[in-house]
Design a protein around this ligand. Structure first.
Ligand SMILES: Cc1cc2nc3c(=O)[nH]c(=O)nc-3n(C[C@H](O)[C@H](O)[C@H](O)COP(=O)(O)O)c2cc1C
Length: 193
């Protein structure tokens, strides 16, 4: 079983989404002895923005790296993504990764009946961190709602959110939200059942 772990917070060791995503991965490692984990820190090891040169495959090394990113996503049984809420959306480093994996003919295709996701059969778990409080549904949420939509578009039907929000309100809010997020991490075995 393969797990792909991505982080995108720019706050390094002070990041709550890095803490939560690592806790989720640890739970999976504890319950699946055969698990192999591949990790990419999109902050320290960012993927270049998708440009016209990239689309034209003008640079073979970049095209090869792009192909590796797509294949790594397709191969993963579980994808764990740490993502803060930045300016009502996701960090641009994570968007750059999505721009590389959302590729027609590889992870989705258009048919006469409309779009069809080709990257189903995997579980996606989002470790979400938010300074404010937006809940499950908010017109200001272009982070979790976007991720739900884009992974659904790619064919993912099992997406779970582990959220710590209101962390900017006070130190107490931050520690309470973190504790609640840790407590809400579901057992990988229970999910698989
Ligand atoms: C550049 C930047 C933009 C942010 N924009 C928002 C925002 O629009 N709304 C919000 O509620 N919090 C916002 N925040 C607060 C983060 O969502 C919050 O600190 C979260 O915990 C970050 O996750 P992290 O600790 O893993 O980095 C922003 C933080 C940064 C650094």
């Amino acid at each position: 079983m393969k797990l792909l772990h991505l982080d995108s917070s720019a706050l390094g060791a002070n990041s709550i989404t890095r803490e939560i995503s690592a806790a989720i991965v640890k739970r999976w490692q504890e319950s699946h002895a055969d698990l192999t984990v591949e990790y990419r820190d999109l902050d320290s090891d960012p993927i270049p923005h998708l440009t016209g040169r990239a689309l034209a495959k003008a640079d073979q090394a970049e095209a090869d790296a792009n192909e590796a990113v797509i294949q790594q996503f397709l191969d993963a049984d579980v994808v764990v993504i740490g993502t803060p809420f930045y300016n009502f959306g996701i960090p641009s480093t994570l968007k750059a990764w999505i721009d590389r994996v959302a590729v027609a003919g590889r992870t989705f295709r258009y048919t006469e009946a409309g779009p069809e996701g080709l990257a189903g059969g995997k579980r996606v778990i989002i470790a979400s961190g938010r300074g404010g409080i937006y809940g499950d549904v908010s017109p200001a949420d272009f982070q979790e709602s976007y991720l739900r939509h884009v992974f659904g578009f790619l064919g993912v039907t099992e997406l779970e959110i582990v959220r710590a929000e209101g962390v900017a309100y006070s130190d107490q809010h931050r520690s309470d939200a973190l504790a609640a997020a840790h407590a809400s991490i579901r057992s990988p075995l229970a999910q698989a059942a």
